[in-house]
Design a binder for this molecule. Structure first.
Ligand code: PEP
Ligand code: MG
Length: 531
């Protein structure tokens, strides 16, 4: 009765969330009343007893309990607990805070920035509107609406029917944009491939550094006083990192993989508890006081604008060298298994072409050394993220050194508005109420301001390198209205968390049906049939 295109246009991409994540049973939800509302940070429904720390969430889950992890905010150290919990609730943090980004990547339900909640960790209770909830009380979270319920609500698992697959195949037929995923583990990568991802657009390597068996070596690297000490610690990390990349390449089976070099502020990795500091001091042959003073010295007043991104590689080039060695050696190892990868190395937080050139020289020298040692040849590409306004404004210069750009719109939004991505949730609510903003600029791209920088960067990049590959890997890459913008400005691909891949495929098709553009050929078309 209608065409495939008309059918595709009738589906609201965000509704696909309901097919991919658990939901509350409709009847049970009707009878429940929300006690608070936060940001709908990662969709789905979750129910469990309150757990106050990541360790507690892991332990109680192992014992068979279903728990909700409730934190002021999360940090990379909470990852295991986030995996173990049914859902995550944070008091602070916006749509691109750690909790929101990581939960979306895992496909876990998350409500962030729920300022109505007060946590008393010592008493192990939370207060909501004068009422107290303890570790034996249930919370239910709706990550699709941001609502929090102080009771147990039954959930039901999502089921995907054959029609879903059919619709996705139609979407692939009509879209021009490629769809990649943001994934850091083989497990997430495999989930994304199952959802139709055509490559990895962002692997945040720092997420690989937090596993329990690695953190001691990572901490050793950070507090090293000399290059030799740092190299010794890096030598311990190298085999693990190589193994990580092999796992990712294998899961992606020849699809393109973009590996982003170390980005976060170093002090995120350093121990904060005296007991951990004492243990590390012992391993490193230092006194507690010596190490404590190093830890204090690493503190930054404004870490988001501090010693992170390519600045780390400029000050400690040996980190970039280790990561390059791991990237290339892993690619050589999977080649032996018949998987041919063309690694894409992405340098973050570049604002000046000379920064990029400095790090690129380290990468090229290391890669060539590894290839020579193995008597091998390999194609690899080096590109950068465009996430600092200056990089967008000087993109013609940056493109002299970068073979590809990926728009890091989380940081680009933060730095264009001057809103901290971790704290903006505190005041943005008032902005919606007072009609200053219609939507969260960290979730839906501000096309007028941030979008203008994206367009300037595309024009600049293309003027230097007409065939430059262009993608987006900020959280906006999974937002339908941003995807339409990306389509219209001519990006090659969008990259989003695994569970948003189907949404992105549909939104990309809708954009191309409404605003047709010639289908670009260069990337991974051979995977379309599989998808
Ligand atoms: C970004 O800034 O948009 C980005 C993808 O990087 P991260 O979120 O890791 O800073
Ligand atoms: Mg960034």
């Amino acid at each position: 009765m209608i065409t495939e295109q008309e059918a595709l246009l009738k589906i609201e991409p965000k509704q696909l969330d309901a097919l991919l994540h658990p939901q509350f049973e409709a009847k049970a939800l009707k009878e429940a009343t929300a006690i608070a509302t936060g940001l709908a940070a990662s969709p789905g429904a979750a129910c469990g007893k309150i757990s106050f720390s990541a360790e507690e969430a892991v332990e109680r889950s192992k014992a068979g309990e279903k728990v909700i992890l409730v934190r002021l905010e999360t940090s990379p150290e909470d990852i295991e607990g986030m995996y173990a919990a049914q859902g995550i609730l944070t008091v602070r943090g916006g749509m691109t805070s750690h909790a929101a980004v990581v939960a979306r990547g895992m496909g876990a339900c998350c409500v962030s920035g729920c300022e109505e909640i007060r946590i008393d960790e010592e008493k192990r209770v939370i207060y909501v509107k004068g009422k107290e909830y303890g570790d034996q009380d249930y919370l239910s979270l709706d990550g699709s609406t941001g609502k929090v319920y102080g009771e147990q609500i039954a959930t039901e698992e999502a089921t995907i029917s054959g029609d879903f697959d059919k619709i996705m195949k139609w979407a692939d037929k009509y879209r021009a944009l490629k769809v990649r995923t943001n994934a850091d583990t083989p497990k997430d990568a495999a989930v994304a491939v199952g959802f139709g991802a055509e490559g990895i657009g962002l692997c945040r390597t720092e997420h690989m550094f937090f596993a329990e068996d690695r953190i001691p070596a990572v901490r050793e690297m950070i507090v090293s006083k000399t290059v030799e000490e740092r190299q010794k610690a890096l030598a311990k990390i190298l085999p693990m990192q190589r193994e990580d990349f092999e796992g990712l390449y294998t899961a992606m089976a020849g699809r393109p993989v973009t590996i982003r070099f170390l980005d976060p502020p170093l002090h995120e990795f350093v121990p904060t508890q005296d007991e951990d500091i004492a243990n590390l001091a012992k391993t490193m042959g230092l006194t507690f006081e010596e190490l404590k003073s190093t830890v204090v010295g690493l503190h930054e007043a404004n870490p988001m604008m501090g010693h992170r991104g390519c600045r780390l590689a400029v000050t400690y080039p040996e980190i970039a060298a280790m990561q390059t060695q791991a990237v290339i050696e892993a690619a050589l190892a999977v080649r032996k298994k018949g998987i041919e990868v063309v690694p894409e190395i992405m340098i973050p937080l570049v604002g000046e072409v000379k920064e990029l050139k400095y790090v690129k020289d380290v990468v090229v020298a290391t890669a060539e050394k590894v290839l020579k040692k193995n008597k091998a040849k390999m194609e690899y590409h080096i590109g950068t993220m465009i996430e600092i306004p200056r990089a967008a404004l000087t993109a013609d210069e940056i493109a002299k050194e970068a073979e590809f750009f990926s728009f890091g719109t989380n940081d680009l939004t933060q730095m264009t508005f001057g809103f901290s991505r971790d704290d903006a949730g505190k005041f943005l609510g008032e902005y919606y109420e007072k009609k200053i903003f219609e939507s969260d600029p960290f979730a839906r791209l501000d096309q007028i301001g941030v979008g203008k920088l994206v367009k300037i960067a595309i024009e600049g990049g293309k003027s230097t390198r007409p065939d430059i590959k262009l993608g987006i890997c900020g959280e906006h890459g999974g937002d339908p209205s941003t995807i339409e913008f990306c389509h219209n400005v001519g990006l090659t691909y969008v990259s989003c968390s695994p569970f948003r891949v189907p949404i992105a495929r549909l939104a990309a098709a809708q954009a191309n049906i409404l605003f047709p553009r010639v289908k670009p050929e260069p990337m991974a078309t051979r995977y379309l049939d599989e998808n």
